[in-house]
Design a protein around this ligand. Structure first.
Ligand SMILES: Cc1cc2nc3c(=O)[nH]c(=O)nc-3n(C[C@H](O)[C@H](O)[C@H](O)COP(=O)(O)O)c2cc1C
Length: 412
């Protein structure tokens, strides 16, 4: 299957992209990712705090002739261990461009407008193919409003776009009150692509030491539905490339990302867990999975199950448990779509019919929990409420107690 795709206006041999992580932080890792079939690589983010510190250090050296304090309290020195500091970072970007034939995307994480623009320009000089702006910001100050933060984001996207000639993707978190509107405005401000989503590190409390510990947990496929939902909602609504990041561990996950409307599926945790060569396995699984779904090409797959194209677009917006359960009961009653189109787009069918091993390795084979049926039987809202309730009473094996008068029913 031809896996060529376009992302940010770049030609990629595959829609599987290695997103920013320590694996993309040295040439050896980058080469291994390219050999394993990555369509592109995103370098780790260059953090502005790090750059400001280095520039201040150089200033001090020039003015006093000796380095300042080796460890100023405001500067998180560990960042240097991660992406190795400004100059080494720029050198890595240059080496990556010279050493790889796939597109290399640089990544910036800034705080000030001037910083973003200056560093984007520097990054452009290394020859990278695109820039990812990583809006990784925990806004904890209660005096700062969402409107202010979003206004700042739009300003910086516009400023960076005005300063560079490269395509710019914006990597955001999922926590916007009106994400669709924010996404549209970001694209209006100049973003050529959106990366959905950043994954914030969550601190935890260590009861043994009574201290707050930063916690780095790798993702699992269980985290895929959130970016999947937003990719499906935004596909066709924004004039920008869409990258799905978070929870892509297998070919089935990647297939879902593409079916939802992503141009590329990005991987970090899976590659950290299994090594860069896992990219090849995921590609193999992806092809098997799409074939298993009866999808002939990548172009055909893209957005096939986006909100714009599914028979039940409200499924992506459903936030109400009862409605969801009722809709599930309804689809159980009527089977999973009788038309060949609906059958061929069923992602469950994809894992069920993929060559042996694919579904099992992915762990994505749809499982029916024992308690699903009684639960569905009490979900009696919406168009098929009476059918769901009736069939719950009449279908052998279904719990009749669930429809007993002692249980409240919400049916009209
Ligand atoms: C150890 C580690 C380091 C990361 N560093 C960066 C980074 O520098 N910049 C960035 O934008 N994302 C960074 N990420 C986030 C990943 O690129 C990715 O968006 C996130 O982990 C979700 O994808 P996944 O489920 O495939 O891991 C990092 C993730 C991990 C696990």
């Amino acid at each position: 299957m031809d896996l060529h795709t376009r992302y940010l206006g770049l030609e990629l041999r595959s829609p599987l992209v290695a997103s920013a992580s320590p694996l993309t932080g040295d040439l050896d890792g980058l080469r291994r990712l390219e050999e394993a079939g990555a369509g592109a690589v995103v370098l780790p983010s260059l953090f502005e705090e790090q750059i400001s510190h280095e520039l201040a250090e150089i200033d001090r050296m020039f003015s006093s002739g000796r380095p300042a304090s080796p460890n100023p309290p405001s500067y998180p020195r560990k960042l240097d261990d991660y992406n190795t500091g400004l100059w080494t970072y720029l050198a890595l970007a240059e080496k990556a461009k010279r050493g790889l034939s796939i597109p290399v995307i640089g990544s910036l994480n800034g705080t000030s407008l001037g910083g973003w623009v200056r560093h984007a320009t520097r990054l452009q000089e290394t020859g990278v193919d695109a820039i990812e702006l990583n809006l990784y910001d925990v806004v904890a100050n209660p005096a700062v409003t969402a409107a202010e933060v979003e206004g700042r984001y739009l300003e910086l996207i516009a400023a960076v776009k005005a300063a560079v000639r490269l395509p710019v993707a914006v990597k955001i978190g999922p926590s916007f009150t009106a994400l669709a509107s924010t996404a549209v405005r970001m694209v209006g401000a100049g973003a050529d692509g959106l990366v959905l989503f950043n994954r914030f590190l969550q601190p935890d409390i260590d009861l043994a030491t009574l201290s707050v510990q930063p916690r780095l947990r790798l993702s699992t496929s269980d985290e895929l539905p959130l970016p999947l939902r937003w990719t499906a909602i935004l596909h066709g609504r924004v004039r920008a490339s869409l990258a799905l990041s978070t929870g892509v561990h297998s070919g089935a996950d990647a297939a879902k990302a593409l079916l939802a409307g992503a141009d590329v599926a990005m991987l970090a945790s899976a590659l950290l867990l299994h090594g860069p060569e896992h990219m090849r396995t995921v590609e193999r699984q992806l092809v098997a999975c799409l074939r298993g779904c009866g999808v002939a090409s990548l172009a055909r797959a893209r957005g096939m199950l986006s909100q714009r194209d599914v028979p039940d677009p409200s499924a992506f917006e459903r936030a109400n448990y009862l409605e969801t359960l009722a809709a599930q009961a309804c689809s159980e009653e009527h089977g999973h779509g009788d038309s060949p189109r609906e059958r061929s787009t069923d992602v469950g069918a994809c894992t069920a019919t993929a060559p042996s091993g694919v579904g099992a390795v992915d762990g994505h084979r749809p499982r029916r929990r024992q308690h699903d049926r009684p639960l569905l039987a009490i979900a009696t809202v919406g168009c098929c409420s009476s059918r769901a309730a009736t069939s719950a009473r009449s279908t052998p094996g279904r719990s009749t107690s669930s429809t007993s008068p002692s249980r409240p029913s919400t049916s009209a």
